[in-house]
Each structure stands twice: as C-alpha cells, then as structure tokens.
Design a protein around this ligand. Structure first.
Ligand code: GLN
Length: 464
C-alpha cells in the first residue's frame, strides 16, 4: 500500500486519480495486517485497489466525473465496493472517468482528461521540470480511463470499472490491460451512479486474466438491494483460468469485418484464432446479421435511459446548487452549470427519442433491434458455439484532442465492437493480444454465453 501511495504521488501528471485517500488506505492496510496475524485473511486481503468514481463510497466524495456531484459525500457504500472491503481489499482513492461514464476517451471528465502511460514509439516524450508530461499525450480510452491508466501505470493492483457500451473493454484494450464486463445481473448496481440502467454493469480492470477472475469473484453475487442482480452462486472463476480450450467451439462473426478495418487489427484477429486453434479449440465462421444496427440502436437506448436517470440532478436533493429566481430557474441554472457538453447532448437526444410522436419511431424501434441482436447471439450459441472472438476496438489509442471534437459520431464509432454485448446482456472480456506498428497495445474481445464468464477466463488466458 505504501509503495502504491508513493507511485501515485509521482504520477499525478497522468490525472488518473481524482481523489487520493492515503490515510484511509494505510488504516485499511493496518486492519488487514491484523486480520492476517489472526489467520483471518480474505481472498483480497491487503490488496490495494483504485475505485472508479462512479461507485459511491461512504463518507468519501463520489463525483461520477461531474461538477454536478462535485461535493457529493454519500452516506452509503456501493455493494460492489463493500464486497471488496469484506474480502480485505484496501482503497487507494477514486479514479477519474468520463462524466457520468459517457465517452470513449476520458476527455469528458469535469476534472480534465486522463493521460495514458503509453507512448507512441519514437515520440519524444519526457517528464518536464514541472513534472508535466511533454510530447503527444494519448487517451487511455473511456469511460473507465482512470481505472485503465492506473492499472497500466502500476498505481494500483486492480481497479473497479463499469461498462454500459464498452467502457471496461475499450480502455483495457487501449492500455494493454484485461477488462471483463460480466453478464448483466452478475454484479449489483446498488450504489453505482446510474447511466443507462438496463446496460450498466460493473467489472474489474487488472493486469492479468487471473487477477481479473479473482477480483470479479469478489465483486459479484446476489444482492437484495438490486432486483436485477441475479440470485445465482458465483463460480470459482480462478479455477476456470487454467481450464484450457480443448473441445471448445469458437465463432468468428463475419459481420465484424467492418469497412476500413486496419490490416493490423485484421492480422491480430487472425492470429488470435490461430492461438486458440493450436490450443485445441475448433474455429468456425458465424453470422450475427443485425450487428450493423447495434451502434445506432445503442445511441438511442443509452441516451433515453440517461435522460431519465439524470432528471434527479435538480440542484435541490444533492450536488451543485445555483441560486435562481424561482424553483424552475434554480433547476435550469444548476443543470446548466453542473453538466458538461456531452452529458447535455445525451439528455437532449434521450428526451427527444422518448417524446410523444417520436417514441415509436426511435425508442420502440431501437428496442426491437435490441431483441434481434440478442436473438442473433442465442442462435449462434444454440448451434454449439461456446464463445465468439472479435477485435476489441477498431484502432489503437489515439491522441488527446484528436477525435470527436467536431463530430461526436466519430467518437461513438469506437464502440462498434463492444455495444452489441451490452445490448444482449452477455459477458465480454478484452485481453491484450499484441502491439501495433507504433508500439501501442491492441486487444481482442471474447463474448460468452450468459453467466458463462468461466469460458471467457479460460479462453482469455490462452490469448494473453
Ligand atoms: N462510449 C460509450 C458511451 O459513451 C460507452 C460508455 C460506457 O460504457 N459507459 O456511451
């Protein structure tokens, strides 16, 4: 814990942590030592972790990356973080993220962008006299950019993250780390700030597949406080890691060969399939015909749910309050001052697609597409396929300020391989699989059957 506290201090230029909690960390570590001395060690005893700032932590400010929650001090602990503390883990601090988890680059945070610890080969980057990093800054991906950067830069042993359309898997792929979004319902959403409730899931970002399995087991499990959290026992994920892939049928979906895919990504995907074949899996081509509708449908469903979830930030109940002439003026001023551009854009899109006259044309239509996407996967799995292999992202990490400034859709295209998994409620893991020509990490994604994260850990371990 002490070594990590020192490392975090030296790496402040990355902006990975929005809040460091060293006193709390040392107190938790001390309590851990005492439990170890008494022979009462839990499965994560003494392991220092970073917590995405979307998780409410009792008496520790929890901002969701937004000014509107800048002074929000929760009176309760999220179930996922409580599960980690119950197993002995130590909290180092709260991690930066895109505002309300909306973004793919960690550039929408009210607390400034996170800088990836990775550099393009040959780019002349150094730490300047002020401690600031000079040279091209790359994004760590988003929305769990602080989590991914902190794990990659050794500023924690693992981090919590959340994934609504790719926010665990995309930043993991950009930083050479492992990120799993479990099946919808595996982790409780209680005490996690809501973005799009039917898509949001928590999961870990770690440096290895084995760490991912250990940490997910601790985070998961039934919770009477969240009725969408399933009442299923949590398997021993760690035992599944070394299971191997002999006899497994792995599908390669032809619709993921999108126009303009770089030859590097295509080659890596091929290589991944080859590794699995050599390890004893059977590789088959499969079809998920509704894939091309997933991204537009996601960008209707997610903003619709967000516009409803974010209605609670009115300046009255909690968070930022701006004074107004009357109550409506107070609402308007508080929301105008508290939300950033991307969040406002999502609220407007969401309100529009849910409004009378447009509801059937957009929202209902998107929900129908969602069902078709789910059925595509069910059909492939019914044919005996155990998991599906795809690229995790259409490219390696890009520079800060390089994408999406003029056209938000350019940023949304990052999520092309990840959103289908959330729309179908399935588990997906991103594992580091290689480097591009500039020396930046590239990831592959494995998509599993519902509640079969074990196969993803076994398959991911072969690729890692
Ligand atoms: N990039 C996607 C979005 O902005 C996904 C975000 C997420 O998974 N939280 O909606």
């Amino acid at each position: 814990t002490k070594a990590h506290i020192d490392a975090i201090e030296k790496a402040r230029a990355l902006n990975a942590y929005v809040l460091e909690t060293p006193e709390k960390a040392l107190a938790m570590a001390k309590a851990s030592d005492e439990r170890i001395a008494k022979g009462q060690a839990g499965s994560l005893e003494g392991i220092p972790l970073g917590i995405k700032d979307l998780f409410c932590t009792k008496d520790v400010v929890s901002t969701a990356g937004s000014k509107i929650l800048g002074n929000f001090n929760p009176a309760y602990e999220s179930t996922v973080t409580q599960n980690l503390w119950n197993d002995g883990a130590v909290m180092l601090g709260k991690l930066n993220m895109d505002e309300f988890a909306m973004g793919s680059s960690n550039e929408t945070s009210a607390f400034g962008p996170v800088v990836s610890p990775w550099r393009r080969e040959g780019s002349n980057v150094s730490t300047g006299p002020s401690g600031a990093i000079e040279g091209t800054h790359l994004v760590p991906g988003g929305s769990s950019g602080g989590s991914a950067a902190a794990v990659a830069a050794h500023l924690c042993l693992g981090a919590t993250a959340t994934d609504t359309g790719g926010s665990i898997r995309q930043p993991a792929a950009f930083t050479g780390t492992v990120g799993i979004k479990p099946t919808y319902g595996r982790c409780s959403r209680w005490g996690t700030v809501a973005f799009a409730s039917s898509l949001d899931q928590a999961g870990p970002i770690t440096r290895t597949v084995r760490d991912s399995a250990i940490m997910l087991r601790s985070m998961s499990g039934p919770d009477p406080k969240d009725t969408t959290c399933v009442d299923l026992p949590v398997p021993d994920f760690e035992a599944a890691v070394s299971r191997g892939v002999k006899g497994l049928k792995i599908g390669i979906p032809k619709e993921y060969r999108v126009d303009g895919m770089s030859s590097e990504i295509e080659a890596l995907w091929h290589q991944g399939a080859e590794w699995l074949r050599e390890a004893g899996a059977e590789i088959v081509e499969v079809s998920l015909p509704h894939t091309k509708y997933a991204l537009p449908a996601y960008y209707i469903v997610a903003p619709a749910e967000a516009s409803s979830n974010l209605a609670r930030y009115d300046g009255v109940r909690y968070g930022l309050r701006e004074n107004g002439r009357d109550i409506v003026d107070l609402y308007e001023k508080s929301r105008a001052a508290g939300f950033g551009r991307e969040v406002k854009r999502r609220i407007m899109i969401g309100t529009y697609v849910l409004s009378a006259g447009y509801y059937d044309a957009y929202y209902v239509r998107a929900q129908k597409i969602r069902t078709l996407i789910k059925q595509d996967f069910e059909k492939v799995y019914a044919e005996g396929v155990h998991a599906i292999l795809t690229p995790a992202t259409p490219s390696a990490a890009f520079g800060i300020g390089e994408k999406g400034s003029g056209d938000p859709v350019e940023m949304y295209l990052n999520d092309i391989f990840t959103v289908t998994v959330n729309m179908a409620g399935l588990p997906g893991i991103a594992v580091p699989a290689g480097l591009d020509a500039q020396g930046l990490p590239l990831g592959l994604q494995l998509i599993g059957r519902a509640f079969d994260e074990e196969t993803l850990f076994a398959t991911g371990q072969v690729i890692e």
